[in-house]
Design a protein. Structure first.
Length: 201
């Protein structure tokens, strides 16, 4: 029995923080898990920048509402869901994800939550569990499932490597170069073919 585990940002939808960086005119917010392996350090940096500029949850949600899935992402996801159970495992937040999940047809999403102050500012994060992506695939495996995973960033590598098959998708040159043994794809058709092969289709 298989479960396909997908990263969300960079794989199915554009990077939320890059979109918000462009909308807000704050280039520092372009930094993502493709650039910074330490997620807690990255989020502290983001929260400091947001507070410095007086930007809160509402401003971020207004930008997210304008984001559409990457071209071909929904079609890829729809077909993959006919072949296997699929879970999106993301380090994003419930407060960000709802409009994106609606546009993707409400797939299952495991993610985290934000701590929002009375002033609408982001005061902290409530992580679902430590090393959430790796912990999730190991939990699924402990329940008798085999996992097949894909992602684009540093924080996806443990999930990919812990799975029976795993792929990089539209990753960076640096991540591909440092993980030459991982198959890397740029197009959804090729990624779907790789999943089908791993599923024995």
């Amino acid at each position: 029995m298989n479960v396909c585990c997908l990263d969300m940002e960079g794989v199915l939808v554009p990077e939320i923080w890059i979109a918000f960086s462009e909308a807000s005119g704050i280039p520092e917010l372009r930094r993502t898990t493709r650039d910074e392996p330490d997620y807690n350090k990255l989020m502290r940096f983001r929260m400091d920048i947001l507070r410095e500029h007086g930007l809160g949850l509402k401003q971020i949600q207004d930008v997210i509402a304008t984001i559409d899935p990457l071209p071909g992402a929904k079609e890829f996801l729809d077909e993959l869901r006919t072949l296997s159970q699929v879970i999106i495992i993301s380090d994003t937040f419930e407060e960000f994800a709802k409009p994106l999940m609606a546009k993707l047809g409400w797939p299952t999403l495991f993610c985290n939550a934000l701590i929002i102050g009375e002033d609408n500012m982001v005061d902290g994060v409530r992580m679902r569990c430590p090393e959430s992506k790796l912990t999730t695939v190991r939990g699924l495996q402990a329940m008798g499932f085999e996992t097949i995973a894909t992602g684009d960033s540093f924080n996806d590598l443990a999930m990919i490597r812990a799975s029976k098959a795993g792929f990089l998708f539209r990753s960076t040159d640096a991540i591909r170069a440092s993980n030459p043994d991982l198959p890397a794809y740029e197009e959804f058709d090729d990624l779907l073919t790789a999943f089908k092969q791993a599923l024995g289709e």
